[in-house]
Design a protein around this ligand. Structure first.
Ligand code: ATP
Ligand code: MG
Length: 283
């Protein structure tokens, strides 16, 4: 049974609504009858240990996997079982847990390609270089450069994307997703492979994006980041929803501590992280 924090109310139409969604793979129930409401322009976290079903949830929101049952809506429009490109037209973009950059493309080209996923003009059309296309191409390149700056990739725009550090590749993926001009951005472990300072920068980026109107849904293992930047979270374990509410409230729940963090040493680690966060405010 899901434990829900007091005061969580769904009065405003959500950006994303997942209602009674189940997904099985063979005999394995990866996601079992879950309900999630993500308020517009919020930063929402999906937490849980390995194999909890978190990525499967993102895959279903973005249309990469169809649920067996239940429904998914984006800004009130049902998108259940739509293919990814149609869900993208509803304003949903994503990044991947295992980075998926296009081979052989520079950093800038990667983000430009993201922009063309959304545009009526094609890359082929742009290559013909009619005056209109030339202006458009220049505009897209400038916007891609600005997005790269915004996500913190300030140089190496002409390097092959796959030669960057993992942290920078994740940033390039975020820029590519932003180039599609989404309203909802799904981030699968955006800070994996990043140190504390880099993770903090991603957190600040999330706030900027939120302020510009985006709704952000992220899968994240860094509890410090989650507690600082996520307003609400869902905690899953083995496909089942354990708790929903504010991060600090959810992390206090006994079944979350036991099932998610397991060993008492991990519970102690959370406590340490929280103390560190309070101690470092302002730094
Ligand atoms: N395409 C698939 N085919 C078969 N099984 C899958 C598939 N995708 C996920 N699973 C299984 O479903 C369960 C949930 O996987 P999922 O990737 O959603 O977990 P997760 O919470 O993202 O875990 P992690 O933190 O390790 O990324 C796992 O047992 C996984 O092996
Ligand atoms: Mg995952």
């Amino acid at each position: 049974m899901t434990t829900t924090s007091p005061g969580a109310s769904g009065a405003v139409a959500p950006a994303v609504e997942i209602a009674g969604v189940t997904k099985t793979f063979g005999g394995l129930t990866a996601v079992s009858d879950i309900h999630i409401e993500v308020a517009r322009q919020s930063i929402y976290g999906i937490l849980g240990p390995n194999g909890a079903g978190k990525t499967t949830v993102l895959n279903m929101i973005s249309g990469f996997i169809a649920p067996d049952s239940g429904s998914i809506s984006v800004f009130g429009d049902e998108v259940t079982r739509m293919p990814p490109h149609r869900i993208a037209r509803h304003g949903v973009a994503r990044t991947y847990q295992n980075i998926r950059l296009f081979g052989g493309m520079t950093v800038l080209e990667t983000v430009v390609a993201g922009a063309y996923m959304r545009r009526s003009s094609t890359i082929g059309g742009a290559l013909l270089l009619s005056p209109g296309e030339r202006r458009e191409r220049q505009r897209v390149r400038e916007r891609a450069q600005a997005l790269l700056e915004q996500v913190g990739v300030r140089s190496a725009h002409d390097e092959l994307a796959e030669t960057l550090s993992y942290g920078d590749q994740r940033r390039v993926e975020i820029a590519r997703a932003l180039a599609t001009e989404p309203q909802v951005l799904l981030l699968d472990e955006p800070t994996a492979g990043m140190n504390d300072a880099e993770s903090q920068e991603i957190g600040e980026l999330l706030l900027q994006l939120q302020a510009s109107g985006l709704t952000l849904i992220l899968i994240e293992h860094n509890m410090r980041l989650v507690e600082e930047f996520c307003e609400s979270v869902s905690v899953m374990n083995s496909g089942v929803m354990l708790a929903q509410g504010t991060p600090s409230w959810c992390l206090e729940q006994d079944d979350v501590k036991e099932a998610y963090f397991g060993k008492s040493s991990d519970a102690a680690r959370i406590a340490t992280l929280r103390r560190a966060r309070r101690g470092s405010s302002g730094s």
